[in-house]
Design a protein around this ligand. Sequence first.
Ligand SMILES: Cc1ncc(COP(=O)(O)O)c(C=O)c1O
Length: 361
Amino acid sequence: MRATKAVIDLKAVEHNLSVVKTLAPKSNVMAVLKANAYGHGLANVARAIPQQEAIAVACMDEAEILRSSGVKNEIILLEGFFSEEELKQVVELELQTVVHQDSQVNQLEKLSEDSSTNPKIVVWLKYDSGMNRLGFDEQSYTEAFNRIQKLQAVKEIRFMSHLACADDIHDPMTSIQLKSFTQLIAGLKGDRSLANSAGVIAWPETHFEWVRPGIILFGCSPLLGVSGEAHQLKPAMTLQSQLFAIKNLAPGDTVGYGASWQAKSNTRIGVIAIGYGDGYPRHAKEGTPVLINGKEYPLVGKVSMDMITVDLGIDDDFELGDVATLWGQGLPVEKIAHFADTIPYTLFCGVTSRVKFEWYD
Ligand SMILES: Cc1ncc(COP(=O)(O)O)c(C=O)c1O
């Protein structure tokens, strides 16, 4: 059987959450588990988040998965509700919602007028402090606040914004966003949230009452050029497969599609059962490390759909079936992301359904 699997260490998630709590000791945590918990498995990862912490997801489908698997934590919809129907589900599933545009305020007003059920919603009013993606600008923020605070259907208004450049500790944008957010809500009473993982680690002044860590929970550093180990984080996902064929090559022999790699001397090529059909990055460069028996070997040749090839050199202490680690324990995903010109987020989210997932508490 093809041994390609993602092993998810839920203890590592718990550990990483404890690192967040140490870094932001006065803040509540909203664990960001959108996109299937960054590809780690939403309902299973939620088990590692204690009930007193909140969980943030992108959309209703994700919130439904959590509620239907018995998750009782506070759940926040980061993109808010997309329709009146969804607003009703916010009430039914007892969710909290981000409100970032007028159409949502209109729908909240309508709900307040129509409602016989007396809903009590917690709204996170989102300010666009510079990301220019979601959120109200200064003037419309105050207007939206004034409209929402009158509504019966709204129990509480909380304040949030999102940082665009916090991964770069030298970028002045974070201080500008912080200042603008703080000034805007000065004098308003309510919980505040600004920090993503990078904010948690590098910008303590952004912690406020709630931090919103995502990638850090899975063991990665959000900071440019830094790996999770530097913050005592542990990798939650280890992507593994096995060595299932070995080829002897003579000088001049080539490997794979396009014959892009050529042996300079006698060598052995190891074939590993993983490819872009499993989510291994197609653009991983020659030299991307693969860990076999505790040693890193370089990727050579093009990544295929189901296989990759590594140069084993003249080592011969291999057996077919030896475990190959693509990232995770012993091989930081940040390193692979670097070789593939991408970020760990896309590697995690890109692991496909062909890969078997195993979760360990
Ligand atoms: C609104 C919001 N908050 C927090 C996060 C968590 O970000 P990170 O994974 O960088 O911690 C995200 C993720 O993109 C987000 O969209």
